[in-house]
Design a protein around this ligand. Structure first.
Ligand code: FES
Ligand code: FES
Length: 161
C-alpha cells in the first residue's frame, strides 16, 4: 500500500509503485483536473503542487510521494466558491478548449502563494514551462495579474533603467 496526501486528505492506495501520480489522481481518486498532454514533462497540462512547488504529475512515480503534500486544482475551491485564480481565469475568459488551464492555475498558484507581487518578468518566466495549444497566453497572463490583485498583491510593471 502507498500512502498519499492529496488536498489534505490521506489515502492508502493499492497500486503499482511506478504508476505516475497523474494516473493515480485521475483513475484512483477521481480528480480529473490535471490532464494528460504529452506524458514527457514538456507541456504542463498535468501540473500539480508537491510540497508547494509545481511538478509534472505525469513523470512522478506515486511511490516518490509518500509523506509529501500533493495539491490539485480541486483543492482551490468549488464551482460555487472558486478560489482567486479559478475566479480570475473565468472573469478573463482565459480558457479556449480549457485543456491546459488546471496546470496553468496550479503553476500560477505556486508563485502567488509565495509572492503575490511578482514582476511581469518573474510571472512570465514562472509560467514558461506550461504551454497552451490554443494560444490564449495573453488572457492567461491577464487572469494571473487579476488574481494577484485579488490575493492582496499585484504584478509589478518592469521599470526601464
Ligand atoms: S502531460 Fe505532463 S508535462 Fe505534458
Ligand atoms: S485553452 Fe486550449 S490548450 Fe490552453
Amino acid at each position: 500500500m502507498i500512502g498519499l496526501s492529496v488536498n489534505g486528505i490521506a489515502h492508502s492506495l493499492d497500486v503499482d509503485p511506478d504508476t505516475p501520480l497523474l494516473y493515480v489522481l485521475r483513475d484512483e481518486l477521481g480528480l480529473n483536473g490535471a490532464k494528460f498532454g504529452c506524458g514527457l514533462g514538456q507541456c504542463g497540462a498535468c501540473t500539480v503542487l508537491v510540497d508547494d512547488r509545481p511538478a509534472f504529475s505525469c513523470l512522478l512515480p506515486v511511490a516518490a510521494l509518500e509523506g509529501r503534500k500533493v495539491r490539485t486544482i480541486e483543492g482551490l475551491g468549488t464551482p460555487d466558491k472558486p478560489g482567486a485564480l479559478p475566479a480570475a481565469f473565468e472573469a478573463e475568459q482565459a480558457a479556449q478548449c480549457g485543456y491546459c488551464i488546471a496546470g496553468m492555475i496550479m503553476r500560477a498558484h505556486a508563485l502567488l502563494e509565495r509572492n503575490n507581487r511578482p514582476t511581469e518578468a518573474e510571472l512570465r518566466g514562472h509560467l514558461a514551462p506550461n504551454l497552451c495549444r490554443c494560444g490564449t497566453h495573453m488572457r492567461i497572463l491577464r487572469a494571473v495579474r487579476r488574481a494577484a490583485v485579488a490575493m492582496g498583491g499585484g504584478v509589478k510593471e518592469e521599470t526601464a533603467l
